[in-house]
Design a binder for this molecule. Structure first.
Ligand SMILES: *Cc1c(COP(=O)(O)O)cnc(C)c1O
Length: 384
């Protein structure tokens, strides 16, 4: 049976390099070495310096390429490192169209760093294909999607945007952090490059920072390889190993957390002291149909509005189970406060425009018993 015919859950455990060739060890060895001896100066080793290539990192890069169905994978020190390295495909004078409720760090990179390099961005509501088309300029080179978006979980039709991008000769990029390849594989929908903050669901244990990219073509793979080596934005061997350790349980973690997230979203929707509840699995979610077309699930992140900043802060100080923290996608539940955490770098007016109100909270559902998580939220809500 070839790797291609295997189901996703099987590929998570049997990705090709999971057993050490030399010793049969049950996990990839950690090659903690910066450089490699040339036994024969006329016949250099496969890896000669760990920035350019390291066997542990290579195993991870092959692993994510298999999972996303791409040509080649790349591992970076953080998600932002994967994103910024990929943006280096652009040149001064280029223009890029980006999801308006993009991750806060990506927003900061585009508006305060790449802008200095004369790379121009237009932020659009990507749920509206006409708005995307209207943003096209003569110097547009790329379209950058994030779906579901953060924190209001808006859904972009990946296939439709990718098709239009192809027609116009633009590069299409998806930040697939929220869904992971377990639920959504953008390359199969026609996208050119997939990116991840592997710090989140792929790592899954709040113990490693990492970023991943997968190229859908040999040509792009060559360019990304050149940039990764040239910029030096690589992931270290220890962290590469730790990330693979976490990724093996991705299916089990995602499936469990999603069942709980659905229950949490239903429970929140049934309460009259909660305003908007954002979860693509809710029947009234405007993006539900598109989500079901392009993904096999809804994910484990639920956002909801408790009405005011005062009430949000009270709830945050009263919950006992979730981590109150930035980040998401871990074995433990994480409750975030976008207005003061992930989106603090966004000007208040821009935040308001994008529905990131002072009462908005984002719950990343972990592996605790959902009844305990709901009981904990209930006591925190009752007292606030
Ligand atoms: C966290 C996150 C990032 C940034 O990743 P880091 O690993 O923190 O650098 C990018 N995109 C999304 C959607 C994220 O959630």
């Amino acid at each position: 049976m070839s790797g291609q015919e295997r189901k996703f859950d099987t590929k998570l455990l049997h990705f090709g390099t999971e057993v050490d060739e030399a010793t049969g060890a049950s996990s990839v060895p950690i090659y903690q070495a910066s450089t490699f001896h040339h036994h024969d100066i006329f016949n250099p080793p496969v890896h000669d310096y760990s920035r350019s290539g390291n066997p542990t990192r290579q195993a991870l890069e092959d692993y994510i390429a298999v999972l996303e169905g791409g040509v080649r994978g790349f591992a970076y020190s953080t998600g932002m490192s994967a994103i910024s390295s990929t943006f280096m495909l652009l040149s001064a004078g280029d223009h890029i169209i980006v999801t308006e409720d993009v991750y806060g760090g990506t927003y900061r990179l585009l508006t305060t760093i790449l802008s200095r390099m004369n790379i121009e961005t237009t932020f659009v509501d990507m749920t509206d294909l006409d708005a995307v088309k209207a943003a096209l300029k003569p110097n547009t080179k790329a379209v950058y999607m994030e779906t579901p978006s953060n924190p209001t979980l808006k859904i972009t039709d990946i296939g439709a945007v990718a098709e239009w991008a192809k027609e116009k000769g633009l590069l299409s990029i998806v930040d697939n952090t929220f869904m992971t390849p377990y639920y959504q594989r953008p390359l199969e929908l026609g996208v050119d490059i997939v990116l991840h903050s592997a710090t989140k669901f792929l790592g899954g244990h709040s113990d490693v920072l990492a970023g991943l990219a997968v190229a859908g073509s040999e040509e792009l793979a060559k360019q990304l390889k050149y940039l990764q080596n040239g910029l030096g934005t690589v992931l270290g061997a220890q962290d590469s190993w730790l990330l693979m350790r976490g990724m093996k349980t991705l299916a089990a973690r995602m499936a469990h957390s999603e069942i709980s997230a659905r229950k949490l979203a239903d429970w929140l929707s049934s309460r009259d002291d909660i305003g908007a509840v954002y979860y693509p699995g809710l029947p009234e979610h405007p993006g539900r149909e598109v989500q079901e077309k392009q993904s096999t699930g809804y994910g484990a992140v639920v956002s909801f509005d408790v009405g005011s900043g005062e009430r949000a802060k009270q709830l945050l100080s009263r919950v006992k189970l979730p981590l109150v923290a930035v980040s998401l996608g871990a074995v433990e539940s994480i409750l975030s406060y976008p207005a003061m955490m992930s989106h603090a770098s966004m000007p208040a007016e821009v935040r308001a425009e994008r529905g990131i109100t002072d009462g908005l909270l984002r719950f990343s559902v972990g592996l605790e018993d959902i009844d305990d998580l709901i009981a904990d939220l209930e006591q925190a809500l009752q007292n606030s």
